[in-house]
Design a protein around this ligand. Structure first.
Ligand code: DX5
Ligand code: ZN
Length: 226
């Protein structure tokens, strides 16, 4: 179970404080959304910001590259302190090389899939990745409503993981709050990326605890073969 606050929802005027808040929250990962103004219609922050917050926490840095040319960004983000880098399957034939490039940098590999993209697109890569990131909103902005139609993808990813005997994480990203987290966990997700629902709380620690509990209580029972 990985609870991952997304820094995109932080108050950017107080990034140090916000990072420390996430650090003290008992979360597992810090999710860092990188938007290039081309792959998505928004720009967030770059390696310099990741490097700045890196010494403030020991949290696992899960970098989500919503970028058209991740090739030129992998090394800078690796050097800035990423632990895992997620690239998008929508990049097509470049995915194989990108996975290899992330591995060569000694980092964990994540593969993200947008709501309109078929889950079958990720199937060829499942034995090469550490994490599958199922987008539950169209990427670009925080605070959007969860798209329920993406849940069958989580179920499929969960079924494949069992069938193939693999152990990639199944992450959900976008609109994950205290209600939708239960549906995601029930469908088989084990990594929960949550920006607005966690950062906009007075106590992120209480929020992380609550989210983890709901996720644990909603997770399929492995022994029942669900
Ligand atoms: C969406 C980003 C998400 C975002 C989630 O483009 O990839 O990681 O930060 O934010 P919330 O939880 O507010 O939907
Ligand atoms: Zn993200």
């Amino acid at each position: 179970m990985n609870i991952a606050p997304s820094l995109l929802a932080a108050n950017f005027g107080r990034l140090e404080k916000e990072t420390r808040r996430a650090d003290a929250s008992t979360a597992d990962w810090l999710h860092l959304d990188i938007m290039d103004g081309h792959f998505v219609q928004n720009i967030s922050f770059g390696p310099a910001v990741v490097k700045t917050v890196r010494p403030l926490t020991k949290l696992f840095f899960d970098v989500h590259l919503m970028c058209s040319k991740p090739e030129i960004l992998l090394e800078p983000f690796a050097k800035a302190g990423a632990d895992q880098m997620n690239i998008h399957v929508e990049l097509g034939e470049r995915v194989t090389h990108l996975i290899w490039a992330i591995r060569s940098l000694g980092k964990k590999v994540g593969l993200a899939v947008n709501p309109p993209t078929a889950i079958s697109m990720v199937q060829p890569y499942l034995d090469q990745i550490d994490s599958l990131l199922i987008m539950t909103v169209n990427p670009g902005f925080g605070g959007q409503a969860f798209i329920y139609e993406t849940l069958p993808k989580v179920q499929q990813a969960y079924a494949w993981r069992r069938e193939k005997g693999l152990n990639y994480n199944i992450g959900v990203d976008g609109g994950v709050d205290f209600k939708t987290v239960a549906d995601c966990a029930h469908a088989g997700a084990n990594s929960f990326i949550s920006g607005t629902a966690l950062f906009h709380l007075r106590s992120m620690k209480a929020g992380v605890k609550k989210m983890r509990k709901i996720a644990e209580n909603s997770a399929p029972n492995e022994s029942e073969g669900k």
